[in-house]
Design a binder for this molecule. Structure first.
Ligand SMILES: [Zn+2]
Length: 394
C-alpha cells in the first residue's frame, strides 16, 4: 500500500521503497487497480517543463480551513487612512457621498479620515462635499504646497496655509512619500524629511493640536533589484515608478532616520507614522522606535499583507503597543475590503488572501483574534484620543 501513497518527500519515499524491496525481493508488486507505471524518480526534464508563466500561475489552496465572515466590525471603526473623494484624485472616480456612508453604516465604520485634502479651494471642496452634509462621519487633512519650496518665506507661507486649512475645518496634516523621494529645491537635491524649513510647520501642528500623518519610504523590497528574488516583483513590474533601487534615491534607512529625527525634534507634535512606520517587515525596529518616541503613533493602511503573514509576531506587537496602533486601510471603502480587515483582526482563521491579493506578494495571511479590549483601542479609542488634542487657532 505504501507504493500508492504520494505523501512525504522524495528521500523518505525512496528509503521506504528500498526497505520494501529488500523485504519483498526485487519483484515489487504493482498497486492493485493501477494500470499506470508509477515512477519514484523525478522527471529529469522537469526544469525545462516548468514553463507556466508567472502571470498565469493561480494555484487554488486545497486547504479545508474554517472561514468566519465579519461583515461588521465588533466595535465602531475610525479608518485613519483613506483617500475617498479626496482633493488630489487618488482614486479614478468619486463615489457618491451617500453611497460611501451607506457602506460605512453596514460595516460599522463610524468615521473615515480623508488624508489628501490639499489646501485652499480644493480643500474647501472636499469639506463642503463630505464633511458638511455628514458631520462626524468624515475628517479631512491638509497638505503642503511644495511648489513654493524655493520661496524665501516658504516656512511662513506653509504655516499660514495650514492655519487657513484648520480655520476651514482640516484636522490634520498629511505628508506624502514625495517628501524625501520626489520634492527637490533649486539646488536639484531632494528635500530631506527633516529639512529645517519644515520645522515651523511641524511646530505649528503641535500648537494647533493636529496630528501629522507622515508617509516616509516604502516596502523594503522597493529598494531591491526587480528580479526573480524580489518578493514584490509583480507589483514593481506593474508600477515601475515605485522602485527605488537606482543609486540616485536615498536609502530606506536614511529616509526613516530623517523622519525619526523630525519626530524627535518636535516632541509636542503627534506624528502618525503611516503604514506601520513603513517597516512592518521589521517589527523589532518599529517597536524600538515606539519605545523611543512617545509622540509617534502608527496605523496599518495597506500593510495587512505584511502583518498578516507574521501573525504571532504581529499579535505580540498589538499587545505591546495597543495604545499606539490605529486602524487604517488606504483602500477604496468597499464592504468586502472592510470585512477582510475585520476577519484578520477579529478571527483566528488561517491562510486566507489579504485585501488586494496577490498585488503585494504571493503569500496569504492569518487572523489574530484580538481581544475586545485591544480591538476597541485599535478600532477607535486611540484615534479619538488624538483628535481630542485639537486646540485650534486661539
Ligand atoms: Zn495612503
Amino acid at each position: 500500500m505504501i507504493f500508492c501513497a504520494r505523501r512525504g518527500n522524495g528521500r523518505t519515499q525512496r528509503k521506504l521503497l528500498i526497505g520494501l524491496l529488500s523485504v519483498l525481493g526485487a519483484a515489487a508488486l504493482p498497486c492493485p487497480g493501477f494500470s499506470q507505471d508509477i515512477q519514484y524518480q523525478a522527471d529529469p526534464d522537469a526544469a525545462q517543463k516548468k514553463t507556466l508563466l508567472l502571470k498565469d500561475f493561480d494555484p487554488q489552496p486545497m486547504l479545508h480551513a474554517e472561514k468566519h465572515e465579519v461583515p461588521r466590525a465588533r466595535f465602531p471603526v475610525i479608518d485613519m487612512h483613506n483617500h475617498v473623494n479626496d482633493a488630489g484624485g487618488v482614486h479614478a472616480e468619486d463615489i457618491p457621498p451617500a453611497e460611501v456612508v451607506r457602506r460605512m453604516d453596514r460595516a460599522n465604520v463610524q468615521t473615515i479620515v480623508i488624508l489628501t485634502g490639499m489646501w485652499g479651494d480644493k480643500l474647501q471642496g472636499v469639506l463642503d462635499k463630505m464633511v458638511k452634509p455628514y458631520p462626524g462621519r468624515f475628517i479631512v487633512f491638509a497638505q503642503m504646497d511644495y511648489r513654493k519650496i524655493d520661496d524665501a518665506n516658504f516656512s511662513a507661507e506653509m504655516v499660514a496655509q495650514l492655519d487657513d486649512a484648520v480655520r476651514r475645518g482640516a484636522r490634520g496634516l498629511k505628508v506624502l512619500k514625495d517628501l524625501g523621494l520626489g520634492v527637490r529645491d533649486k539646488s536639484g537635491k531632494f528635500v530631506g524629511v527633516d529639512d529645517p524649513r519644515l520645522d515651523p510647520v511641524w511646530e505649528e501642528c503641535g500648537r494647533l493640536g493636529i496630528p501629522v500623518a507622515i508617509h516616509t519610504s516604502d516596502p523594503e523590497a522597493f529598494w531591491g533589484p526587480v528580479d526573480a528574488h524580489n518578493e514584490r516583483y509583480e507589483e514593481l513590474i506593474e508600477n515601475p515608478t515605485w522602485g527605488f533601487h537606482d543609486a540616485k534615491f536615498p536609502s530606506k534607512e536614511k529616509l526613516l532616520a530623517e523622519r525619526n529625527h523630525a519626530i524627535e525634534k518636535h516632541p509636542h507634535t503627534t506624528f502618525i507614522a503611516l503604514h506601520v512606520a513603513n517597516w512592518p517587515e521589521n517589527l523589532d525596529v518599529v517597536s524600538a522606535w515606539l519605545d523611543k518616541y512617545p509622540n509617534m503613533m502608527v496605523e496599518f493602511g495597506a500593510r495587512e499583507a505584511e502583518l498578516g503573514r507574521q501573525p504571532r509576531r504581529s499579535e505580540k506587537f498589538f499587545h505591546d503597543y495597543q495604545d499606539r496602533i490605529m486602524f487604517g486601510t488606504d483602500a477604496e471603502p468597499e464592504e468586502a475590503m472592510y470585512a477582510n480587515y475585520f476577519r484578520w483582526l477579529e478571527t483566528t482563521d488561517e491562510y486566507f488572501p489579504y485585501w488586494g491579493y496577490p498585488g503585494q506578494g504571493r503569500w496569504e495571511i492569518y487572523g489574530m483574534g484580538l481581544p475586545d479590549s485591544i480591538l476597541k483601542k485599535v478600532y477607535h479609542q486611540n484615534a479619538e484620543k488624538i483628535f481630542a488634542q485639537f486646540k485650534g487657532l486661539h
